[in-house]
Design a binder for this molecule. Sequence first.
Ligand code: CP
Ligand code: NVA
Length: 330
Amino acid sequence: MGLNIRGKSFLKLLDFSTEEIRYLLDLSKDFKSLKRTGTVHKYLEGKNIVLLFEKTSTRTRCAFEVAGNDLGLGVTYLEPGTSQMGKKESIADTARVLGRMYDGIEYRGFSQKTVDDLAKYSGVPVWNGLTDEFHPTQMLADLLTIEEHFGYLKGLNFVYSGDARNNVANSLMIACAKMGLNFIACSPSELFPQEELVEKAEEIAKITGSKIRLESDVEKATMGADVIYTDIWVSMGEPDEIWESRIKQLSGYRVDKKMMENASENAIFLHCLPSFHDRNTTIGEEIYQKFGLEEMEVADEVFESERSLVFDQAENRMHTIKAVIYATLK
Ligand code: CP
Ligand code: NVA
């Protein structure tokens, strides 16, 4: 626990070393046990943070709010479309204003440049709560969930099946490379991660001893997998018209019972959530009416199975986000 990342922004995992990620995971475990034992940990009383959302959220917003309250912070939530940012005030000006009032800023939105600029101009730590490119706080929760289950990370075979170019897949590939898990992107080749990012992941993997693989053949990709992970097929900010082509591209990549049976005997299923695993959502029902699909990226029986740790994962968002806030503000 000798590391110090005080004052540092959490914009993407590429900016953090293996040791720093390890430090954040260990700190998350400590915070989880404080929460479990009901031990008060208002270590940051007197400080304030702002949560700036340009896209909707359940987990990320709630995790930041609860973590902030537990740490004794004042928390302001700015919902999509309610601040002056972008329309009447530039990112640089907004950053300089918020930096005068708050000790830390969370941002969820579209471009990675916006979160980078908030960090550049605000003078306080900025945390990326999801952009079109990366979703780095999610990966801390994912790694913690995997480690809690297996007891270790290095050498595990991690398969991401689905849109392997989205923010979650990008961040997972880097997270696996940094922490020594073997990463396999299982998707049609046109949805493989961008070459430039794969090259960066491969460079890191050389050092940590992990392997990065891109594989379109589902059976080959998932054979012996320890972790199978998926995410929604169309991400926030993508046009609705894209559903039809994504369904065509990705229907063969749904995480179903057959895929789980091809994985290792102790394999777990993970999903960042929200998930379309049944028709109990407006979009799920619309897709059913239009395309006849009862479930999308994951079969309901896998989502609801014992192998599915998705709600542990969701809880871990809070403990890991708390660790990030604390480590960068303390
Ligand atoms: N996984 C995740 O980021 O969920 P929310 O969109 O609900 O924040
Ligand atoms: N890829 C998804 C993740 C949601 C947490 C999205 O960006 O909508």
